[in-house]
Design a protein around this ligand. Structure first.
Ligand code: 6LW
Length: 516
């Protein structure tokens, strides 16, 4: 028996794709407007994942200038062929579809190799005859389908025109294609129904990679679209992987709602077992619902489980490029001059950028995903803003239009801590807790599913509540086309700087009540 919990990677980690080399699995997810792009994870058992890097770490690979919230990088696919790893992805704002490669999964990846095929969600497939096929969505007049061309894997050149592969089983937005060869059948697995509550995974097969494709008689093979809201919702965007014992698994994403039809911490990576019918069709989790607590009747993984360490502090690592540890992101293409790392004291200095958090730009911000409904995050801030508009602090950031900011600022000549709530075109500022000059400020945010509470203290005072904000107004469903989730971030605005030290992020409750 194997027992595990879904999501296997909690928080905003959508559109998972996975590959395997021997005992080692590698998984990537979408990253949209955040930098570096495409978090890369490693696992030995498919259940416990450790981030080992990002695929796109240089601006030459990842131009995010001016991209809207949820623009940028969409839906990567990771594949390995002849010991070379490939990740194909869409840069929604700059250039469209491309892939990068590396021979060292722990090293740098190539610059983009562009493929002129339109659409999104590109995927790569190597046929036994050496031909390489490139699938993506395919725009038809007033409709969408899955299309494919053959490419030169060295140059990205399209060797054939894009051809229609499959229109799906009838759901809207056929997308997320992945092709697999198994027992002489070419399988084309896709997502349909849109990434919201109608999401699903469907599959078709053919004797040729070019089709015609025949849909599985019991599509969708995975969906919770008809499932009560207290269960996971919006399951879809799957990828298949065979373990060394020949058993198949599907990774996919789904959401946990907080209250009716709302979610705010993003689409999260989950996993379920897949069995094959005698007739060669995949059955996900024996047709049962996907649950937070999964028990799978399979031999335990041969490899010992990895111990996952949750890295909570700023965790600077000794890299000459002086970066944050891997769970941290910037927004769009950051100006490195704004960030000074003091490894010795585990702290970071952030200088205000030309814009603040309300801008669709690259504000002075570093953040990590909120991965749990029940969490506490805190930091000590050392700054003395002396002009109105100068502020620095802790933010719960979903998009530039939806964030709650607990900040040290200056009001009427005094150093104060405020809670600024920015939602759509509304902004409120409350709290105004006076802090003695030169005093370091302890900022803290706690949350459950529905409410964030914001706290402030100093070396000499206990924590005092500054205000609170609902998760409801930071939810995806309150926003125009948004595919991301909330971050806990550090930020500065205005022409001053702040030192941030002793940052902590911790889950405050075991994942017991998560899906009630
Ligand atoms: C992605 C598409 C989808 O490109 O949402 O859920 C889009 N699936 O496949 C953004 O993640």
């Amino acid at each position: 028996m194997i027992s595990y919990k879904n999501p296997i990677i909690p928080g905003f980690y959508p559109d998972p794709s996975v590959c395997r080399v021997g005992q080692d699995y590698y998984l990537v997810t979408s990253s949209f407007e955040f930098f570096p792009g495409i978090p890369l994870f490693h696992s030995r058992d498919l259940i416990h994942w450790t981030q080992i890097g990002h695929v796109l770490t240089r601006k030459s690979q990842l131009n995010l200038e001016g991209c809207q919230s949820s623009g940028g990088l969409w839906a990567p696919t990771i594949r390995v062929h002849d010991n070379r790893f490939y990740v194909s992805v869409t840069n929604f704002d700059h250039g469209g579809n491309f892939f990068v490669w590396t021979d060292d999964i722990h090293g740098e990846w190539s610059d983009p190799i562009w493929v002129k095929q339109g659409g999104i969600d590109p995927s790569l497939f190597w046929d036994v005859d050496g031909k390489v096929y490139f699938q993506s969505t395919y725009d038809m007049e007033d409709d969408q389908a899955i299309g494919q061309c053959q490419i030169d894997i060295e140059t990205g050149e399209m060797l054939t025109e894009t051809e229609l592969l499959w229109k799906g089983s009838g759901g809207k937005y056929p997308e997320a294609p992945h092709m697999f060869l198994r027992n002489g059948w070419y399988y084309l697995m896709i997502a349909e129904g849109g990434t919201e509550y109608g999401h699903m995974v469907t599959i078709a097969r053919s004797k040729s990679p070019k089709g015609p494709f025949e849909g599985c008689p019991f599509n969708p093979i995975l969906t919770h679209r008809d499932t009560m809201l207290h269960h996971f919702q919006a399951l879809g965007h799957g990828d298949l992987i065979d373990a060394p014992d020949g058993k198949t698994w599907m990774v996919f994403h789904g959401i946990r709602t907080t209250q009716y039809m709302l979610h705010h911490i993003g689409r999260e990576t989950m996993i379920a077992p897949v069995e094959w019918t005698e007739d060669g069709w995949p059955v996900v989790n024996a047709g049962r619902k996907i649950l937070p607590d999964m028990t799978v009747d399979r031999e335990p993984f041969a490899e010992p489980l990895m111990v996952v360490q949750s890295s909570c502090n700023i965790g600077l690592y000794s890299d000459i490029r002086e970066e944050l540890s891997l769970e941290w992101n910037y927004l769009r293409n950051p100006d490195p001059r704004l960030y000074v790392f003091d490894k010795e004291h585990d702290r970071i200095r952030i200088h205000g950028a030309r814009c603040g958090l309300n801008a669709c730009d690259s504000p002075a911000f570093v953040g990590r995903r909120q991965q749990h409904f029940d969490m506490k995050s805190e930091v000590w801030v050392d700054c003395d803003p002396c002009e109105e508009g100068e502020m620095a602090g802790l933010t719960i950031y979903h998009t530039y239009e939806h964030h709650y900011d607990l900040a040290v600022t200056c009001a009427a000549g005094a150093k104060v801590v405020v809670l600024r709530k920015h939602v759509g075109d509304m902004e409120t500022v409350e709290g105004f807790v006076t802090i003695p000059e030169k005093e370091k400020v302890h900022l803290c945010v706690t949350s459950d599913k529905k409410v964030y509470e914001f706290w402030v203290g100093t070396q000499k005072t206990d924590l005092k509540k500054v205000g609170q904000g609902r998760s409801q107004l930071l939810s995806t469903e309150c926003m125009p086309m948004t595919f991301t989730g909330c971050y806990v971030g550090l930020f500065a605005e205005g022409n001053h700087h702040a030192w941030f030290e002793r940052f902590r992020y911790m889950q405050t409750e075991l994942r017991s009540s998560e899906n009630e």
